[in-house]
Design a protein around this ligand. Structure first.
Ligand SMILES: C[S@@+](CC[C@H](N)C(=O)[O-])C[C@H]1O[C@@H](n2cnc3c(N)ncnc32)[C@H](O)[C@@H]1O
Length: 248
């Protein structure tokens, strides 16, 4: 398959994502996931950022000494990633793929997989295929970092057990999964969940631009959010689920 997508779910939403990451709610999601992932990063580790968008996580892990392969099936995302990587200063090794590297399970084996904000935009069978292919390119003991919408905070009927359909703030159809469903699903394709938490427990409505918020207040927000994520009720109130799972 080539790098072109059939029907890009994110067409027209690029500006939305730029804006999103400049708001407190976007920043909270990014920072809490990074705080949880940071202790697992190692120099020379081989990572795959699947559905990497504008490559912000690729650039972040590369800056932490990780060798990262980036892939996104949306051409516009690939161009944005290329521009971001060229602009980024002092980064480690990032390989921008123009074909899905998981389609050839013989060539690459990863120690870290990032799948942040991707599977909720695919139908459950397609999302399961993605997880299965990611499992095949993961080394035994590899870490999967998966972030996706939390079923518990979505106010709609179940489409199937553990899955709800909803419309996102940018008017896209999206799925939300329960922690139990994700755990079972991942188990089936060869990953064991080691930790699963709710992320963005308090600031979902905080759409202030980062430039409007003093640094001390932002630090305080991150510290409170981090505390809530570590608390067991985060699964009921976090807007996103963040799963850490190990390849068996
Ligand atoms: C919400 S964005 C998240 C981007 C990035 N991971 C982040 O956390 O900032 C989702 C990205 O997943 C990509 N995507 C969705 N389905 C995909 C698939 N089947 N294969 C590759 N990329 C996909 C989209 O094109 C989009 O860029």
């Amino acid at each position: 398959m080539s790098g072109t997508e059939e029907e890009p779910v994110f067409k027209g939403a690029e500006q939305f994502f730029d804006d999103y990451y400049n708001t407190v709610r976007g920043y909270v999601r990014q920072e809490i996931i990074r705080l949880r992932l940071q202790p697992h990063l190692q120099d020379g580790q081989r990572a795959l950022d699947f559905g990497g968008g504008d490559a912000r996580d690729s650039i972040w892990v590369a800056n932490n000494g990780v060798d990262v392969d980036y892939w996104d099936n949306f051409l516009e995302a690939q161009s944005r990633a290329r521009r971001a990587v060229i602009k980024a200063d002092g980064i480690g090794y990032i390989r921008l793929h123009d074909q899905d590297p998981t389609e050839d399970p013989t060539t690459t084996r990863y120690e870290l997989i990032m799948l942040h904000g991707v599977i909720q935009y695919e139908s459950p069978p397609k999302a399961e295929q993605i997880l299965e292919r990611l499992s095949k390119v993961s080394l035994q003991g590899a870490l999967l970092s998966l972030a996706t919408k939390n079923w518990a905070v979505v106010d709609s009927q179940e489409e199937s057990p553990g899955v709800k359909v909803h419309t996102t703030k940018q008017n896209k159809t999206s799925r939300a999964y329960s922690a139990e469903y994700l755990t079972k699903w991942l188990g089936k394709v060869g990953f064991s969940v080691v930790d699963i938490r709710g992320v963005r427990c308090l600031s979902d409505d905080d759409e202030r631009m980062l430039s409007e918020v003093p640094k001390e207040e932002l630090d305080q927000i991150i510290s409170e959010e981090n505390y809530r994520t570590e608390h067991k009720d985060s699964l009921e109130i976090g807007q996103m689920l963040h799963v850490l799972a190990i390849k068996r």
